[in-house]
Design a protein around this ligand. Structure first.
Ligand SMILES: [Zn+2]
Length: 152
């Protein structure tokens, strides 16, 4: 089922999302709907608060294959990279955002099993963006709106 994507100004986007206790059928259904919604919206990632569910669940599109991460948590991060980022909840704008270049993170899969992952580049960026949503952080809270001079 395609869900409604909440837009900036909706209080659910500013909320800290709750940890998922058990990966049950309700969570699996939510993940299915989130993947369908992400594809429909041509997004590369989606976090549960964006569809009105304040739960720590994200989906990302990895080389046209959707993957769900439950209770994702960054364990290690290094390097930095600045690039333009958009967000389905903040339509019509792109902002330069600084992210870690490489991350190691853990998350539960749809069987509830904890796994450790490594990501770099665009995938690492998308995962950091989606985890931000779980903490109520949007690109407008992180955007580099202006670049000034050379001496920074
Ligand atoms: Zn977003």
């Amino acid at each position: 089922m395609i869900l409604e994507i909440r837009k900036i100004g909706d209080p659910v986007l500013k909320q800290k999302a709750q940890k998922v206790d058990k990966v049950d059928s309700k969570i699996k259904r939510l993940v299915e709907d989130m993947i369908e919604t992400m594809k429909f919206a041509n997004g590369v990632g989606l976090a549960a608060p964006q569809v009105g569910e304040p739960l720590r669940v994200i989906v990302v599109d990895y080389e046209n294959k959707p993957i769900a991460f439950i209770n994702p948590e960054i364990l290690e991060a290094e390097g930095e990279t600045i690039d333009l980022e958009g967000c389905l909840s903040v339509p019509g704008i792109e902002l330069k955002i600084k992210r870690y270049e490489r991350i190691v993170f853990k998350a539960q899969d749809l069987n509830g099993k904890v796994k450790k992952y490594r990501a770099k580049g665009l995938l690492a960026r998308v995962i950091q963006h989606e985890i931000d949503h779980l903490d109520g952080v949007l690109i407008v809270d992180r955007g580099i709106t202006e670049e000034v001079g050379n001496n920074i």
